[in-house]
Write a protein that binds this ligand. Structure first.
Ligand SMILES: NC(=O)c1ccc[n+]([C@@H]2O[C@H](COP(=O)([O-])OP(=O)(O)OC[C@H]3O[C@@H](n4cnc5c(N)ncnc54)[C@H](OP(=O)(O)O)[C@@H]3O)[C@@H](O)[C@H]2O)c1
Length: 355
């Protein structure tokens, strides 16, 4: 088993002190590997074995950080792959200079509370833990701010949704307050959020006791999220970039990225992911190809000038936009309008303000 040569970032939950986020609260800090494996696979197209095999291969090539969710329906396969890898490594005979044996603490496991589970946080958390069967969860995220009365179908964005409006119970503040109680169980190290804008974080931080350790959002050169990153850094919240490759081929034909790939003798994907990590965000690319997994976990040291060039790509006409396919025809995302999400976007996910 290889060990990847990637940096780790420090991550912690903060306390709210007198309505402000205290970013040096003396709470436990943890290290999170800057590159993780995104484990979302469309269950209409991929089997449980595909998920298991993808995770097993990822462990072989050096991945130790796995990003799954209740909504992906594959926590069991992710947990099985990690446990089997630990067992296999423990069964290997000791060889001087040979690979180190793996244990649970070598892995970083993130999973997420589904929209349909906001009213049953503790039961849903226990179900995730049981499926993962991995002693504890490193990071448990509130997947979306919107609660739903049913199961969200990630592959059908125009499905008649069952999302509750922002002021209906449970609100995301109420759901978060239930998540805060999970920390006392010591079955989870850290809690965080996902798909939260500055607007919704402001509401949350005004009413909660614990500052989220993480905010996982769509982030790549077309959607660099500079304002959100600045806000989160000020509050001690780390960002994870989801769909860091844009879940598409957009960057693989983009002239600037392709030229840099040639210059650094690397791939377009590595340029984009290295940019994400160098600016201090965790990236969780998904790949089921062993070769592409290896690329994705091998970062290059981009110059400051090239960082700036990539960072300015979104300012070209039509480029500042979301690249994921979550945007319903009516301009909502899983039942919430952009306004409720606090996303300055027009239909199709185009950013309105050039921030
Ligand atoms: N919190 C949220 O709401 C949320 C939302 C979306 C995603 N996520 C997380 O983010 C993870 C990653 O996002 P994503 O799957 O949407 O998109 P992504 O990682 O940006 O892109 C994945 C696509 O890129 C391809 N790919 C990967 N590495 C490549 C390389 N080196 N060269 C060429 N193509 C490459 C993959 O195909 P192959 O597999 O064939 O390589 C796949 O088609 C998810 O798995 C999930 O864990 C979270």
């Amino acid at each position: 088993m290889k060990v990847a040569n990637i940096p780790s970032f420090t991550i912690q939950n903060g306390n709210i002190v007198l309505g402000t986020a205290d970013i040096s609260p003396g709470r436990a800090t943890y290290a999170i590997p800057s590159v993780g494996l995104g484990c979302y696979m469309d269950s209409n197209t991929f089997t449980e074995k595909d998920v298991y095999d993808m995770c097993t291969t990822a462990i072989e090539v050096g991945y130790r950080h796995f990003d799954t969710a209740t909504g992906y329906g594959n926590e069991k396969q992710v947990g099985d792959a990690i446990r089997d890898a630990i067992e296999l490594s423990q069964a290997q005979p000791e060889v001087a200079g040979g690979p180190c044996k793996l244990s649970r603490k070598d892995f970083y496991i993130t999973t997420k509370l589904a929209n349909g589970d906001h009213h049953r946080v503790h039961d849903a958390f226990q179900e995730s833990l049981d499926l993962l069967n991995c002693e504890y969860i490193d990071l448990y995220l509130l997947h979306w701010p919107q609660a739903s009365t049913g199961v969200v179908d990630f592959s059908d964005i125009n499905a008649k949704d069952m999302a509750l409006p922002p002021d209906a119970h449970p609100t995301f503040v109420e759901t978060w307050q239930e998540m805060e109680k999970l920390l006392a169980t010591s079955k989870v190290k850290l809690i965080g959020v996902s798909n939260f804008s500055v607007k919704n974080l402001e509401t949350l931080l005004g009413k909660c006791s614990i500052v989220p350790a993480m905010n996982q959002v769509e982030l790549h050169p077309c959607l660099p999220q500079y304002d959100l990153q600045k806000y989160c850094e000020d509050k001690g919240i780390l960002l994870t970039a989801y769909s860091p490759l844009g879940r598409s081929t957009a960057f693989f034909t983009e002239p600037l990225i392709c030229n840099l790939a040639k210059e650094y003798q690397t791939t377009a994907a590595q340029i984009v992911l290295s940019w994400g990590v160098r600016r201090g965000t965790v990236v969780v690319p998904k790949s089921q190809s062993k070769e592409r997994m290896e690329f994705n976990i091998t970062l290059v040291d981009l110059s400051a000038e090239d960082m700036n060039k990539i960072g300015a790509l979104h300012s070209q006409p039509g480029m500042h936009r979301s690249l994921v396919k979550f945007h319903a025809d009516d301009g909502s995302v899983f039942g919430w309008k952009y306004e409720w999400l606090g996303w300055d976007m027009s239909k199709g996910g185009f950013v309105i303000t050039n921030s």
